[in-house]
Design a binder for this molecule. Structure first.
Ligand SMILES: [Fe+2]
Ligand SMILES: [Fe+2]
Length: 286
């Protein structure tokens, strides 16, 4: 099958993906409205009892280190803010999308989810140092950056021996090997999914260009942060088996965008590593 035929087939599969859960769409809309109250958000989220229970569990995890126990969504909004609660709804609803085996990519069971949460947290911590106002978007972009892998694993997973062979023979990165074998990579497919789900353009760009941040339109900073968050998460052991010996080198643009963070990388790695340990409930929800 030619690259053109293959991408057409994959895009058709993207078109068949289920829409975002209603509650997430509503919560995303609400966080854009400055007049929305905590109790209005509580009303929408509390309709789903399992989701509410999951959110409260995460609010009370060591990651947030809150001084008191949070027992309602209203309290969660008051202590953590609308954007964080939106990210928690996103985290809880996305687990299902990442569920299942990712054998093609060489992740152990739950490995892509662990990697994605780790990139979300690493990106958020990096972003707080550079552009704090953007850190909740950085979390979401990190969480979703490898979304395209779920579709490729499902529909062309059988061809990943070819991808692995290219990676080995040419010392290529995973996205480079995908591009050679399929004619496109997981980042482009992820951006298509995000676009179909009506995510804001800066998120679509950050997902689509997390391996080439300087090519992202409008907000390349976000793509650079996710690119660095991705490398950090892989270096902390959340990559796939195919990425074990890869040499991770931030691009010139990423270095420039991250400024002094690059020089403080050792202490940042420590901070991120600790945050990931505190966030173990995000990674292993049950
Ligand atoms: Fe990627
Ligand atoms: Fe990644």
């Amino acid at each position: 099958m030619s690259s053109d035929e293959l991408i057409k087939r994959i895009l058709k599969e993207v078109g068949k993906m289920p829409p975002l859960p209603d509650v997430l769409t509503k919560v995303m809309q609400m966080t854009k409205d400055p007049d929305v109250s905590a109790s209005q958000m509580n009303k929408v989220i509390s309709m789903d009892q399992a989701l509410t229970a999951n959110i409260l569990k995460l609010c009370n995890s060591a990651y947030y280190g809150l001084p008191r126990v949070i027992s309602s969504v209203t309290q969660a909004v008051m202590y953590l803010g609308f954007q964080t609660v939106r990210n928690l709804v996103m985290t809880c609803t996305m687990q299902d999308v990442y569920a299942g085996q990712m054998q093609g990519y060489g992740y152990p069971e739950g490995g892509l989810w662990k990697h994605s949460v780790s990139v979300a947290i690493a990106s958020q911590i990096l972003c707080k140092k550079i552009r704090p106002g953007l850190n909740d978007t950085a979390f979401t972009a990190g969480l979703l950056h490898d979304l395209g892998k779920t579709i490729l694993n499902k529909h062309v997973g059988g061809r990943f021996q070819e991808v692995a062979a290219v990676m080995q023979q040419k010392n290529a990165m995973m996205h480079e090997a995908e591009a050679e074998v399929f004619g496109f990579d997981h980042a482009i497919i992820g951006a298509k999914i995000a676009d179909q789900w009506n995510f804001p353009p800066e998120l679509v760009q950050a997902i689509g260009f997390h391996h080439f941040p300087d090519r992202a339109k409008g907000r390349p900073l976000l793509a650079a942060i996710v690119s660095m968050g991705d490398m950090i998460a892989i270096s902390l052991g959340t990559g796939s088996n195919l990425q074990v010996n890869q040499k991770l080198e931030p691009s010139a643009y990423t270095r420039e965008a991250l400024g002094s963070c690059i020089d403080r990388m050792d202490s940042l790695l420590e901070e991120i590593d600790k945050a990931l340990k505190d966030a173990s409930l995000f990674i292993n929800p049950s």
